[in-house]
Design a protein around this ligand. Structure first.
Ligand SMILES: [Fe+2]
Length: 581
C-alpha cells in the first residue's frame, strides 16, 4: 500500500500541530457524529445506549451532541458479514422507523442540559429503485437536522469500505486503480446530481482510500491531466454549485488512512468556496469527540476560518477558535431567522453578512463581509431579504410621541379584540409596541391613523364589552416608549425596517400591504387557534407593512393559517429557532 504511506506521510508532517496543548475540550458541533444502533437487529451496528452518550457529553462539557443513523439498504447492498445472514433491510429498519421518536424522547429527557442534534446518513443505492427507496426513507426521519449522502457500495453491491479483498476485486474487474477511482468518482457525481435537493452534506468523499491506493491525482507526482483528475474536479465543482457541505470525517484517522477527504481535496474545496462540517463518525462510546481538535486543525490548515453544523436543515457557522462562540451564537440566530424566511431549497446558499460595533471582530473570520460601522449588530442578507440582530438593544431615541396605551390580560385574542374595534371605525394601526409582562398582563403602545373621536369611540366600546380583559386603555398618552423586555438577543430590523423585538423560539414575520385591517386578519387567525401573541412590533416603509411577532402555540396550526392570510400578505413566515432552547 505505497500510496497509503503517502497519506500517512502527509499526516506525519502536520501531526505535531495536533499535539498542541489541547483546550480543556474542543468545541464540538459535529455533523457526521455518533452512529445510533440497530437495537435488536441481527447485525449489530452503532450505539444503543444513547442516554449514556448524552451523560458522557454533558460530563465532558460539550455544548452539543450529534447523532446519525444509516438509512436501511436494499438487500443487494451488503457487507460480507451481512451476506452470511438472512437479514433483510440491513441495519435495523425498526430502529430507523423509530429514530425520530427516539430523538424526540432523548431531547425531552435532557432538555436544557445539552443541544441534541440528529441526522441521517443516506445510503446511496443508485438512481432508479435506489433513488425512490432513499426518498421514501427520508420521509421516515422527519425533523432531522441534516442528511449526509454517502456512497459505500458499487452499483453491483460490493462495498468500498468492506475489506481489502472486496476492494482488490473491484480494482481487478475495473482494470486498474485509476479506472477503479474514475468509476467511483462517476458514481459520486451521479449521487450529487440526483440527490442534492434532499441532502445537505457529502459524506467521506474519498472513502475507498481505506483499502485502495490513492488515484494519481492525489499523489505528489500527479501529471495533471488524467481521467481521475477531471472527474474529481467535476465532482467538487458540482458540490460547490449546489451549495452542499463537505464532510470532514475523522474516522479515517482511527483507521490509519488520514482524515476523509485528503488534504489536497480539502484545500481545493476551500478554493471553490465549499463549506465543511466536521464529524467523528463514531460507532463506539470510547470515540466520543475523539480527534476533534485534529479535525479543526486540518480545516484551518486548508484555509478555512469557520466550519458549519446544522439545525433543521439550516447551516450554522461555528468558530474555529475559542473566544468568539458568543458572537457566532448571535450570528447563527440571524442566519436561522433569515433562512426561515426563504424557501427550503435555497437554505444552503451562503448569505451575505455585515458586522458592526463589537461584532466587527467577526469581519476577520468573514473577510467578504461589509461593515455596519459602530452599530453593534449583525445583518444577514440573501437577495431582497435581510434581518439585523444584536445581543444588545440600542437606546431608543424616538422622543415623546402620542400613543393609544393599553394594559390588558395576556390572553390569546385580546389584542385582536382591540384591533377589531379600531378597524370597525376604519382606523389604521401604524405601529404597535407590545410587551408581555411577568405578571400575566401585557402593555401595548399603538400609533394610529384615524380621527381621535373615532379612537375614543372604539376605546369606549372595548371597555364596555371586554372589561374583563382590559385593565386600562388610554386613547392618547404622550410618553417615551418603554424598553422592550430583556432577552439574550433582539431582532432589530427586517429588510431594513426598524422593528425591535426580543428573539424567542417561536416567531412570525410578515410583509404585507400597509392598509387598514390587514393586521387584523393575522391576529384574528392566531386568536382563532388559541395562539398567544407575546411580543409584537409593526413597522412600515411606504406601501409595505412589516410585522414581527413572538408567539406561543402549535407550530402546525401556525403553518396552516399562514398559508391562508390572503393576497395582502406578500410574506408570512413562521420562524422556529431550533438553535434557541
Ligand atoms: Fe459512512
Amino acid at each position: 500500500m505505497e500510496d497509503r504511506e503517502n497519506t500517512q506521510g502527509f499526516q506525519a508532517k502536520v501531526f505535531p500541530l495536533y499535539l498542541r496543548p489541547m483546550q480543556k475540550h474542543p468545541f464540538i458541533w459535529e455533523t457526521h457524529g455518533i452512529h445510533v444502533g440497530t437495537g435488536d437487529d441481527h447485525v449489530a451496528h452503532g450505539i444503543d445506549d444513547l442516554d449514556r452518550i448524552v451523560e458522557q457529553a454533558v460530563g465532558i462539557g460539550f455544548p452539543s451532541v450529534t447523532f446519525i443513523i444509516h438509512s436501511p439498504r436494499l438487500t443487494r447492498f451488503r457487507y460480507a458479514s451481512e451476506r452470511a445472514t438472512d437479514v433483510k433491510f440491513i441495519r435495523g429498519d425498526a430502529s430507523y422507523f423509530a429514530y425520530a421518536d427516539t430523538m424526540a424522547g432523548l431531547r425531552k429527557r435532557h432538555v436544557g442540559r445539552i443541544d441534541i442534534r440528529f441526522g441521517v446518513e443516506l445510503e446511496w443505492l443508485g438512481t432508479g429503485l435506489g433513488m425512490q427507496w432513499s426518498r421514501a426513507k427520508l420521509f421516515q426521519a422527519h425533523g432531522a437536522d441534516f442528511v449526509v449522502s454517502s456512497l459505500h457500495f458499487s452499483p453491483d453491491g460490493v462495498p468500498y469500505d468492506g475489506s481489502s479483498e472486496d476492494t482488490a476485486g473491484l480494482i481487478r474487474r475495473r482494470g486498474g486503480v485509476e479506472q477503479f477511482w474514475a468509476a467511483y468518482f462517476d458514481e459520486m457525481i451521479e449521487m450529487v446530481d440526483a440527490s442534492w435537493q434532499f441532502t445537505s452534506v457529502v459524506g467521506h468523499l474519498d472513502l475507498p482510500k481505506l483499502y485502495a491506493p490513492l488515484p494519481s491525482c492525489l499523489t505528489p507526482d500527479n501529471g495533471g491531466d488524467t481521467e481521475t483528475e477531471r472527474r474529481l474536479s467535476t465532482l467538487l465543482e458540482m458540490i460547490a454549485e449546489r451549495n452542499l457541505v463537505l464532510d470532514v470525517n475523522l474516522s479515517g484517522l482511527r483507521k490509519g488512512v488520514g482524515i476523509y477527504p485528503h488534504p489536497e481535496i480539502l484545500s481545493r474545496a476551500y478554493t471553490l468556496g465549499i463549506s465543511v462540517a466536521i464529524g467523528t463518525d463514531t460507532h463506539d462510546p470510547a470515540d466520543l469527540g475523539r480527534d476533534y481538535a485534529a479535525g479543526l486543525e486540518a480545516v484551518r490548515a486548508a484555509g478555512y476560518r469557520y466550519y458549519v453544523s446544522f439545525s433543521r436543515g439550516i447551516p450554522e457557522k461555528r468558530s474555529l477558535s475559542h473566544g468568539l462562540e458568543g458572537q457566532f451564537a448571535v450570528l447563527n440566530l440571524g442566519m436561522e431567522i433569515l433562512n426561515n424566511r426563504i424557501p427550503r431549497e435555497r437554505r444552503l446558499e451562503i448569505p451575505r453578512l455585515s458586522f458592526g460595533g463589537d461584532f466587527g471582530a467577526l469581519a476577520k473570520v468573514f473577510p467578504e463581509s461589509s461593515s455596519l460601522g459602530s452599530f453593534h449588530a449583525i445583518r444577514v442578507r440573501n437577495e431582497e431579504r435581510s434581518v439585523t440582530i444584536s445581543d444588545r438593544l440600542p437606546d431608543y431615541s424616538g422622543g415623546e410621541t402620542s400613543y393609544l396605551f393599553s394594559h390588558h390580560r395576556d390572553l390569546p385574542g385580546t389584542l385582536a379584540i382591540l384591533l377589531n374595534t379600531l378597524a370597525s371605525e376604519e382606523i389604521n394601526i401604524e405601529t404597535v409596541w407590545l410587551n408581555s409582562l411577568e405578571d400575566g398582563t401585557a402593555t401595548a403602545y399603538l400609533t394610529l391613523d384615524g380621527r381621535i373621536e373615532s379612537v375614543r369611540e372604539a376605546v369606549e366600546f372595548v371597555m364596555g364589552t371586554a372589561s374583563d380583559r382590559f385593565l386600562r386603555i388610554d386613547p392618547a398618552v404622550k410618553v417615551h416608549l418603554p424598553p422592550v423586555k430583556r432577552a439574550l438577543s433582539y431582532l432589530l430590523e427586517v429588510d431594513g425596517v426598524w422593528l425591535p423585538i426580543p428573539v424567542s423560539r417561536h416567531m412570525i414575520i410578515t410583509v404585507h400591504a400597509n392598509r387598514p385591517g390587514v393586521l387584523l386578519v393575522l391576529l384574528s387567525a392566531l386568536a382563532s387557534r388559541g395562539i398567544n401573541v407575546v411580543d409584537l412590533q409593526l413597522g412600515a416603509r411606504g406601501e409595505k407593512g412589516f410585522a414581527a411577532l413572538g408567539v406561543e402555540g402549535d407550530e402546525r396550526d401556525v403553518a396552516d393559517l399562514l398559508t391562508r392570510l390572503g393576497p395582502s400578505y406578500l410574506e408570512a413566515s413562521q420562524i422556529v429557532l431550533g438553535g434557541l432552547k
